[in-house]
Design a protein around this ligand. Sequence first.
Ligand code: XMP
Length: 479
Amino acid sequence: MKILENTALTYDDVLLVPQYSNVDSRRTLSTQAKLTKEITLQIPIVSANMDVVTESEMAIAMAREGGMGIIHRFLSIDEQARQIERVKKAESFMVEDPISMTTMHTVGDIKKIVAETGSGGILILDEAEKLAGIVTTRDLLFEHDDQKPITELMAKKVVTASPNISLSEAENLLHQNRIEKLPLVNSEGRVAGLVTLKDIMKITQYPKATKDSRGRLMVGAAVGVRDKEMRRVEAALQAGADCIVVDIAHGDSHLEIEMVQNIRRHFPKAQIIGGNVATADGTKRLIDAGVDAVKVGVGPGSICITRLVAGSGVPQLSAVIECVAAADSANVPVIADGGIRHPGDLAKAIAAGAQTAMIGSLLAGTDESPGMIMTRKGHKYKASRGMASREAAIDRNRKEGNDLTQEEIDEYVAEGVEAAVPYRGKAREVLTQLIGGLQSGMSYSGAHSLKEFQEQAIFVRMTGAGLRESGPHDVETLG
Ligand code: XMP
């Protein structure tokens, strides 16, 4: 037995000491950060790979705002791949494989495909698979004869462009011709893509969006550590996942390390995030195994009871500081995972050296998380729960067609709880508050970038009295 002499701290134990600042406008401060060695985000936030937080809807919202979502692993391999594909297809400047039908189809056939896919325009190909026309939802709107051949309804004069067209050239063509869809046709007359006005508008609407080299939103996928999970890795990468999170509560373990090594061996170019760890040694072991980022946090999460059940963990601020010190020389970014309750916590996590933070329950309360809004005593809530909670285990097994017996349920040692979190509207609103707080924190430290913030930050420890003074006190808050 050994007892460490230094006191470990968490977010509520410290404050950032205000320093001279020549920042004019805090809202223009860059919050660009590295998620992994090769992935850069414009906002340093990832949504947690929890089944109450991140599926495709959340991942799309996160990437549009400049962060990233990690699709949880408590789905079948096929379903997780579908969720990833949905994110990859959500927007890009051009659709590479647009939906097409043939001149043999009827109005009814096209309506069915439009209803199934939600597509706003279908390309019609002739027998030689060359573009013959285009049908948009507007053309179908007042057409009641489902038997009518589509050739009688489609627009035959179609403005097209080369697949190599640039974004601004495409914008010009759409504008000059007052059209919303621009099929891209190669020199053989075959369709090679489609540019839509809607997609171009989304690009300007979300200037910080996290995109891959093909203009698609980026998304991550969580996987487990068992051998069979290599199939999940393969399916996720095939579907377009931009990074793989090897997800295990105790990441400083042979299971995690072997999985990381296995992925690295089979998919040398994959961006791998390993975790969770809470020590310098754990961080080094993951880096040696080949990770591109280290996720830090044992027990700080809002729905975690690991520290109560196992008595194990490290208060999060100290864990981040220690792991960053170990990861810095290898240039491997650290993700501070769990325990962010206020924007100021995010500022402290980043000032402590984390490049990004992973957030669970704060985002579980938003529209984009899976699950319904509940109303209790006039207030709106959504559900959150630990992935190691009893309820999550029961659900997971049920989904796999394996109902747990009462005995198995009683024997399950939960390290997470189920909870209700206040409904918080759109994820964008939560992210705006978090980023606004982070930028204010940077400004109070006189920093113009996250790098400067980390170099200049000075923490001061406080007592319980300091903490009480830090929140609203001696007033009755309204709302
Ligand atoms: P927040 O505080 O943002 O934390 O809700 C989210 C993180 O909590 C972790 N997590 C768990 N930890 N038992 C734990 O000890 C659990 O059941 C559990 N479920 C999630 C996870 O790291 C997540 O990102």
